[in-house]
Design a binder for this molecule. Structure first.
Ligand code: NAD
Ligand code: MG
Length: 410
């Protein structure tokens, strides 16, 4: 693991957007795709606290159209999208301000992502449903504030290529990747030797393998440190979230999989660490609150006051670091494997996981079967080293169908 070899010229180009694209003016016209979710709501709070000229110019919701109408009334974005056609029927157009344009269906996300009214797209949709709009924002040269890690897991190469053509920039919102992005500024990109992603360990950090095998949906949804959407909360319990983050980091920072380490840190204060070739380690710390990385992705390279709680250095605290246990949490190995193999593996792993999590939440799978199903489908698929978008979409559908077939047979 040497200084220069890991940041290949082509790979370094993505990282260069992240560090050199200092905006000439704040990119203050924000589209929030997935505005009704946990990240979407936190983004609205950040915009409110930043004040003018920061504003939401586009927001989307899938099924929670009543909440979308409330956002429309308070934030008054000119563009609104309701992506689930059945739920959109419940929307009473009289409940919307007259100056809001309502767009319907999944294509509306792409339209907002490309709109000339938008500077920055906060990609806050969960799952591969966020892929096309994230790609559209990258192609349109927007700033992409990326929470939707699945888009990079599924199609990291395509997103990167799109940014290369358009000159757009990509700033991570995921707390670990935001931490790395902040810490990595302490040295030259070529001098990064490895990064260390922290993981809370989720609700089962101290559980035995037998206890984990019997975990219920309620157990898995009880995250100790973060309040998040249901899918990412289950991913945190299996540690598939960290696996997806290994893959996300591989694309964001152009590292080999063996340069990405995971350490369990139950307090979720140290958000991640970067080690440079001289052995110096630089970390980013703050209380666990997503508004900080969201705001940083919006205002970068500037920093400004943030509504989050600050560290209390007078109180004394304990910061624990423990090795990650790949025996009890086999999802982690999937992350390193997929980060190493690339190609079609990300699309297959992500779709299998989304379908398996859905089945677990519906009571159709036991907790350990989520990873078992992902391993099975990943091993069964025909590897494609360089899949185009239509092949990625086909593999996404295929992996979901395979999981459904397997669940039915279980
Ligand atoms: P959430 O479930 O709270 O919200 C998801 C949003 O996506 C909602 O607005 C919903 O309307 C929309 N959505 C769902 N299905 C859709 C579909 N098929 N088409 C269009 N829109 C759809 O999820 P979240 O916790 O806010 O997570 C969003 C993304 O951010 C995920 O990729 C997650 O991994 C990532 N992330 C979340 C956190 C967190 O603290 N919540 C932290 C880091 C990264
Ligand atoms: Mg994270």
């Amino acid at each position: 693991m040497t200084g220069d070899s890991h940041l290949l010229p082509a790979a370094r180009s993505l990282y260069s957007y992240m560090i050199s694209a200092a905006p000439p003016r704040p990119k203050s016209a924000i589209a929030i795709l997935g505005a009704t979710g946990s990240i979407g709501q936190a983004t609205l709070q950040v915009l409110q606290s930043l004040g003018a000229p920061w504003r939401a110019v586009g927001v989307s919701a899938h099924s929670q159209v009543e909440q979308l109408a409330e956002i429309a009334q308070s934030a008054r974005p000119p563009l609104l999208a309701a992506t689930c056609p059945e739920s959109a029927n419940r929307l009473d157009s009289k409940s919307l301000p007259q100056d809001c344009q309502l767009l319907l269906g999944p294509e509306a996300l792409v339209e907002i992502a490309r709109s000339p009214q938008v500077d920055t797209v906060v990609a806050a949709i969960v799952g591969s449903a966020g892929l096309l709009s994230t790609l559209a924002a990258a192609e349109a040269g927007k700033r992409v504030a990326l929470a939707n890690k699945e888009a990079l897991v599924v199609a990291g190469q395509l997103v990167k290529d799109a940014l290369g053509r358009s000159g757009g920039d990509l700033i991570p919102v995921d707390s670990e990747h935001s931490a790395i992005f902040q810490a990595i500024h302490a040295g030259a990109a070529r001098d990064v030797s490895r990064i260390i992603l922290t993981a809370s360990g989720g609700p089962f950090r101290t559980w035995s393998a037998d206890q984990i095998a019997a975990a219920t949906v309620q157990d898995a949804l009880a995250h100790p440190t973060w309040q998040m959407g249901r899918k990412i909360t289950i991913d945190s319990a299996t540690m598939m979230n960290k696996a997806l983050e290994i893959i996300e980091a591989r694309w964001l920072f152009d590292l080999r999989s063996d340069q990405i380490q995971v350490v369990v840190h139950p307090q979720s204060i140290i958000h991640s660490l970067v080690e440079f070739v001289d052995g110096s380690v630089v970390a980013q710390l703050s209380p666990p609150d997503m508004r900080l990385p969201i705001q940083y992705a919006l205002t970068y390279p500037d920093r400004t006051d943030c509504p989050c709680p600050k560290m209390d250095w007078s109180a004394g605290m304990q910061l624990d670091l423990e090795p990650a246990d790949t025996e009890r949490f086999p999802a982690l190995e999937l992350g390193w494997e997929v980060a190493r193999r690339g190609g079609s593996c990300g699309a297959v792993l992500n779709a299998a996981n989304e379908a398996a999590v859905q089945a677990f939440l519906a009571g159709d799978l036991r907790f350990p079967q989520i990873c078992e199903g992902c391993r099975r489908i990943l091993d069964e698929h025909h590897y494609d080293p360089n899949p185009a978008l239509d092949e990625i979409m086909r593999l996404d559908r295929w992996a979901r169908e395979e999981i459904h077939r397997w669940v039915t047979a279980c």
